[in-house]
Design a protein around this ligand. Structure first.
Ligand code: CAA
Length: 241
C-alpha cells in the first residue's frame, strides 16, 4: 500500500505543488485547506486529491481532522506543515491580532499538526515531518516581525524534534523557500518587489512552487533517511548560509 502524505494548505500555492508532486511520486495524498472552498474543490477535481477543511491553529480540529484522514486513507506517514499566512506591517503599526494570527497559524499550527501524528509515527517506527519555513525566518524581513519569528521558531522546532524522532526512524527537516511565484506575493507592492526584493535575488527571478515541491519529495523519500534536522534553502541565492 502506498504511503500516506498529508499536506497542510495543500490545495493552493506551494502546498498544491507539493501535493501534486507527492501524488506523482506515488504517495496517497490528503490536503487541508482553511477557507477557500472553491479552490479546494477545483484542486480535487483536477488532481483527485481529497481536501479537508480545518484550521491548523485549532488543536482539537487538527486531532479530529487527522483522525478522519487516517480513517479514509490509513496512518499518516509523511506530514508536510506548509500552511502559512502573512499579516505584514512595520512593527510600530503591527497590532496584537496580526502577531497572534501569524504565530498561531505558522508556529502553533505546526505543533498542533505534528503532535497529532507523532505517537503513530513512533509506534510504527517510521515518519517524515517536513516543515515549510522561509528565507525570512533565516534572515528576518522588514514588516515581518511576526512572520520571521514564527518561521525561525519552525526551524528550532525542526532541530529539537529531529533529535527526538531519530530513535524511532522519524526524520524532521525544513525547507526554506525564498520568494516564490504564488498568490502570497500579491500583497507586496510592485515598487517594493521590483526595487527592493528582486535586486536581492542573484538568479533574478521569483522561484516556482514546483521548485520547492521537488525538495519536499526528496526529503519524503527513502533516499533521505540519513537527512534529519536539516534545512534545504531554495531561494535563488538570496541568502547563502
Ligand atoms: N524592505 C525594505 N523596505 C521596505 C520593504 C522591504 N521589504 N517593504 C516596504 N518597505 C518600505 C517601503 O518602500 C516604504 O518606504 P518609503 O517610506 O521610503 O517609501 C516603507 O517601507 C513603507 O512604510 P509604510 O509605513 O508606508 O508601510 P505600510 O504601513 O504602508 O506597510 C508594507 C507597507 C506592508 C510594509 C508593504 O510595503 C509590504 O507588504 N512590503 C513587503 C514586505 C515583505 O517583503 N513581505 C514578505 C512577503 S513574502 C513572504 O512572506 C513569503 C516568504 O516566506 C518569502
Amino acid at each position: 500500500m502506498a504511503k500516506v502524505a498529508l499536506v497542510t494548505g495543500g490545495s493552493r500555492g506551494i502546498g498544491a505543488a507539493i501535493s501534486k508532486a507527492l501524488l506523482e511520486a506515488g504517495y496517497q495524498v490528503a490536503a487541508t485547506f482553511a477557507g477557500n472552498e472553491e479552490k479546494a474543490a477545483a484542486f480535487t477535481a483536477e488532481t483527485g486529491v481529497k481536501t479537508y477543511k480545518w484550521d491548523v491553529a485549532d488543536y482539537d480540529a487538527c486531532k479530529a481532522g487527522i483522525a478522519q484522514v487516517e480513517a479514509d486513507l490509513g496512518p499518516v506517514d509523511i506530514l508536510v506543515n506548509n500552511a502559512g499566512i502573512t499579516r505584514d506591517a512595520p512593527f510600530h503599526k503591527m497590532q496584537p491580532a496580526q502577531w497572534s494570527e501569524v504565530i498561531n497559524t505558522n508556529l502553533t499550527g505546526v505543533f498542533n499538526m505534528t503532535h497529532n501524528v507523532w505517537g503513530g509515527m513512533r509506534d510504527r517506527k517510521f515518519g517524515r515531518v517536513i516543515n515549510i519555513s522561509s528565507v525570512n525566518g533565516q534572515k528576518g524581513q522588514f514588516a515581518q516581525a511576526n512572520y520571521a519569528a514564527a518561521k525561525a521558531g519552525d526551524l528550532g522546532f525542526t532541530k529539537a524534534l529531529a533529535q527526538e524522532g531519530a530513535r524511532a526512524n522519524i526524520t524532521v527537516n525544513a525547507v526554506c523557500p525564498g520568494y516564490i511565484n504564488t498568490d502570497m506575493m500579491s500583497t507586496i507592492p510592485d515598487k517594493v518587489m521590483n526595487e527592493v526584493i528582486l535586486p536581492q535575488i542573484p538568479v533574478g527571478r521569483l522561484g516556482e512552487a514546483s521548485e520547492i515541491a521537488r525538495c519536499v519529495v526528496f526529503l519524503a523519500s527513502d533516499d533521505a533517511g540519513f537527512v534529519t534536522g536539516s534545512t534545504i534553502s531554495a531561494n535563488g541565492g538570496q541568502l547563502m548560509s
